[in-house]
Ligand binder design. Structure first.
Ligand code: MIC
Ligand code: SF4
Length: 640
C-alpha cells in the first residue's frame, strides 16, 4: 500500500509506538524554534534539565513578540535569551530580524525534517514539506535536550486542490474556505496534507499562508509536497542543497478527503470573533472600516507586500482609515526598501511598523472603540486586538489593501486589472542579524534581569481533589481568554507570580483571588477548551493559582498537553449533559487514586447532591506525569 507524506516523514522519525491513528507515538525532532514570549520559560526549563548543549540538528531562538519596550522587562528578556542561546548552542535571531515563522521558512526550514516550535503557528514550515508542530515550551525544552516528542498519531486528511485561483483571489481565501468547511474544531487530531494539480500553482509563501492557518483548524499540522516549486524557492534563498523531493505515493491512502476547486473561490473574510465565521466579501458588503493592518506570520511575505504596494501605488489611504503595515522579515523589508515599493507604501499614507508580530498579539495599534478593523492575521478572537469591543475581520492582503483605499470592506476585483507578483529569482541574503552560538561556552554568562523569576514548582497530585467551581464557560474558550496577551501583560511572561494575576482577566477579574482563597478549585469548559496559542502560561499560571483539574466537553491538543505537563488533570464529561448540572460555586470532589486502573472517575457535587462521570484518557506515561505534579518533577524523579 502506498504512503502519504505524513506517513513517510513520521516513519523516518518514529521512536516508539505504532503509527495507527490515535495511538501514542514518540518522534525524534531535528529542529526547534522558540520565540521570546514562550522562550524564556522554555530556556528556564532547559537550564533546569542540566543538559550542556542542545542535541538537535538546529535550534533557533527568535525575538519577535515582545518588541515594544515600555519598561526594562522585554529588553531584559531579550538579553537573557541572547546569552542563553550563546551558551547552549542555539542560533539567535535578533529583534528586528523578523517573525519566527517567516524567517524560519526563508533561512532554516528543510523538507522532510521535523520541527518543534513553542508557538502554535510552527506548522507554517509545512509549506516547505516539513512536519512542523507547535507545542508548549517544556516539550520544546525536552526536544532540545534530545528527548522525544510524544503525540497521538493523527488521522491524515487529504485536501485536494484542483483548478487555479482567479485574479484577486489568494492563498488566504483557500484556507478561509477550509475553515468555513471544517470549523475551528474540524482539524483536531488530524494532519492536513495537500495534494492535487492546484498545488503546482502555489508558491512556497502561498503554501505557508495555508499551513500557517491550519493551526486555526485545530490541526496538529499541515504539509505540502516538496517539489520543483520548493526547490526554486530554496534556490532563490541560496539554500538549494537543503532541498529534497517529497511526494505522496500515487496509491497513498488517507483517512478523509476534501476537494477544493480553486477556480470557484472568491475573496473571503472571517467575521468577528472566530476564524471560521467565514463569508464572501461580496456577501458581507461594503461595511465602513476604521483600521486596516497588514502583516503577521500569515501574510507578510515579499510577494504579499509587493501585491499591497502595487495596489497602494498612486493611491491614498482613505481619510477615515488608519493603515499599518509590518513586514514579516528583515529580508522582506529591505527588498521592499531597495526596489522602491516601500516608497509607494509610505506615499499612500501607511504607518510602517517594526518587522515583528506587533498588532497581531496586541502589541500596539489597538483600534478605537467599536471599530471595524480588517487584518491579514490568523486570529480574530474577542479582545485580542487590545480593544474589547472592536470587530476584527481576517482577510487577504489584497482585500485589506483595497479596503484601506476605499474606506469600506472591498472586493479587490473592483480595482480592475490584476497582475500576479512574480517570485524573485534571488532573495536578498544577509544573515548578519542571526547570531550563531559560541563554540567556547565556558566564558558565556547568562544574564537574568529582575523580571525573570524562578520556575514555580508544583506539588504532587493529591488523592482527593475538592474545591469550588470557580468559573463555568462555554465552547471554544481560547488561550487568549485564559491567559490574555497584549502590551501590558506580555512583559510578565517570565514572571509567573505577576502574570497569574491576569488569568481570565477579560472574563472575571476576581478569578485569581477566588482561586487562591478557595485553595484551587475547578474550571468548567465546553467544547475545544484552550484553542489557539501554545502558551503554556495558560496552564502554568492557573497551576500557580492552585487549579488541579479542568472539566470540559473537549480540549484543544496543545493546551491539553500543557495542562498535563504542569500537573493539571484535563477531564472530559462522559455524558455531556452533566455539564448542565454544574453551577458556579458548587463544591466538587474527585478521587484520583485510581487513575491507573480506571479511565472514568466519579465527581461528587456536594452542593446539589448529584454525581457524574468524567474521563481522563491519559496514557500510563501521562498519569505518572500528572501524579508527580508535572513533567519537570517527573523528569527529576527519573533522573535521580
Ligand atoms: C499567538 O499567536 O497567540 C502567539 C502569541 O504567537 C502564541 C504564542 C504565545 O502566546 O506566546 C501562539 O500562537 O502559540
Ligand atoms: Fe506572532 Fe501573530 Fe504569528 Fe502569533 S500569530 S506568531 S503573534 S504574528
Amino acid at each position: 500500500m502506498g504512503q502519504n507524506i505524513v506517513q513517510k516523514i513520521m516513519k523516518s522519525h518514529i521512536l516508539t509506538g505504532d503509527m495507527a491513528p490515535g495511538q501514542e507515538i514518540s518522534i525524534g525532532i531535528d529542529q526547534t524554534l522558540t520565540q521570546d514570549a514562550t522562550g524564556t520559560m522554555a530556556y528556564l526549563q532547559f537550564e533546569a534539565m542540566g543538559v550542556p548543549r542542545v542535541k538537535t540538528k538546529l535550534s533557533v531562538s527568535y525575538i519577535d513578540h515582545n518588541t515594544l519596550q515600555t519598561g526594562f522587562e522585554n529588553a531584559d528578556d531579550h538579553r537573557f535569551l541572547q546569552t542563553v542561546a550563546a551558551k547552549y548552542g542555539i542560533y539567535f535571531s535578533r529583534p528586528g530580524n523578523g517573525i519566527c515563522h517567516q524567517v524560519h521558512l526563508e533561512r532554516f526550514g528543510v523538507p522532510g525534517m521535523t520541527l518543534l516550535g513553542s508557538d502554535s503557528h510552527t506548522p507554517t514550515a509545512g509549506g516547505l514539506g516539513m512536519i512542523a508542530i507547535g507545542a508548549g515550551g517544556l516539550d520544546v525544552a525536552v526536544a532540545m535536550g534530545g528527548g522525544p516528542f510524544y503525540l497521538h498519531m493523527p488521522k491524515v486528511v487529504n485536501v485536494k486542490l484542483t483548478g487555479q485561483l482567479n485574479p484577486w483571489v489568494s492563498a488566504k481565501d483557500i484556507i478561509l474556505e477550509l475553515l468555513r468547511i471544517m470549523t475551528v474544531k474540524g482539524g483536531v487530531g488530524k494532519i492536513i496534507e495537500y495534494s492535487g494539480e492546484g498545488v503546482k500553482t502555489l508558491t512556497v509563501p502561498e503554501r505557508a499562508t495555508i499551513t500557517n492557518m491550519g493551526a486555526e483548524l485545530g490541526a496538529t499540522t499541515s504539509v505540502f509536497p516538496s517539489d520543483d516549486i520548493t526547490r526554486a524557492f530554496l534556490k532563490a534563498q541560496k539554500r538549494e542543497d537543503a532541498w529534497s523531493a517529497i511526494a505522496a505515493d500515487s496509491d497513498a491512502v488517507y483517512d478523509e478527503t476534501i476537494e477544493i476547486d480553486l477556480s470557484g473561490l472568491e475573496p473571503m473574510v472571517a467575521q468577528p470573533h472566530s476564524p471560521d465565521n467565514v463569508a464572501r466579501v461580496s456577501q458581507v458588503g461594503a461595511i465602513p472600516v476604521q483600521q486596516v493592518v497588514i502583516g503577521s506570520c500569515t501574510n507578510s511575505s515579499y510577494t504579499d507586500l509587493m501585491g499591497v504596494a502595487r495596489i497602494l501605488k498612486g493611491r491614498k489611504v482613505h481619510p477615515s482609515v488608519s493603515l499599518s503595515i509590518s513586514p514579516g522579515s528583515r529580508q522582506v523589508f529591505e527588498m521592499l526598501a531597495r526596489n522602491g515599493a516601500l516608497a509607494d507604501i509610505i506615499s499612500a499614507g501607511a504607518r510602517i511598523l517594526e518587522t515583528a508580530c506587533g498588532p497581531c498579539i496586541g502589541m500596539g495599534q489597538s483600534p478605537s472603540s467599536e471599530a471595524v478593523t480588517v487584518r491579514t492575521f490568523n486570529r480574530n478572537f474577542e479582545g485580542r486586538s487590545g480593544t474589547v469591543d472592536a470587530k476584527v475581520y481576517l482577510a487577504s492582503p489584497e482585500v485589506a489593501a483595497a479596503t484601506a483605499v476605499t474606506g469600506v470592506l472591498t472586493d479587490p476585483k473592483q480595482l480592475g486589472e490584476f497582475t500576479k507578483i512574480k517570485m524573485p529569482g534571488e532573495f536578498l541574503i544577509d544573515d548578519s542579524m542571526i547570531i550563531p552560538p559560541e563554540e567556547n561556552t565556558a566564558k558565556v554568562k547568562v544574564i537574568r534581569g529582575p523580571n525573570i523569576k524562578p520556575l514555580p514548582v508544583n506539588k504532587k497530585l493529591p488523592g482527593t481533589l475538592k474545591g469550588l467551581t470557580l468559573l463555568k464557560l462555554g465552547d471554544n474558550i481560547t488561550t487568549d481568554h485564559i491567559m490574555p496577551a497584549g502590551a501590558k501583560i506580555l512583559p510578565l511572561r517570565s514572571n509567573i507570580p505577576a502574570i497569574s494575576q491576569f488569568v481570565f482577566s477579560g472574563i472575571d477579574l476576581s478569578f485569581p483571588d477566588r482561586a487562591v482563597d478557595s485553595g484551587g478549585g475547578f474550571v468548567i469548559g465546553g467544547q475545544n477548551y484552550g484553542q489557539g496559542s501554545s502558551r503554556e502560561h495558560a496552564a502554568l499560571a492557573p497551576m500557580y493559582l492552585g487549579i488541579k483539574a479542568i472539566m470540559a466537553k473537549s480540549f484543544a491538543r496543545i493546551h491539553r498537553a500543557n495542562l498535563i505537563n504542569f500537573g493539571i488533570l484535563p477531564l472530559t464529561f462522559v455524558n455531556e449533559k452533566d455539564y448542565e448540572t454544574i453551577t458556579e460555586d458548587d463544591t466538587l470532589e474527585i478521587g484520583t487514586t485510581n487513575l491507573n486502573k480506571e479511565t472514568e472517575l466519579t465527581v461528587k457535587n456536594t452542593t446539589n447532591g448529584t454525581e457524574f462521570k468524567v474521563r481522563h484518557d491519559l496514557t500510563p506515561r501521562q498519569i505518572k506525569i500528572v501524579k508527580a505534579g508535572g513533567l519537570l518533577n517527573y523528569t527529576k524523579q527519573h533522573s535521580s
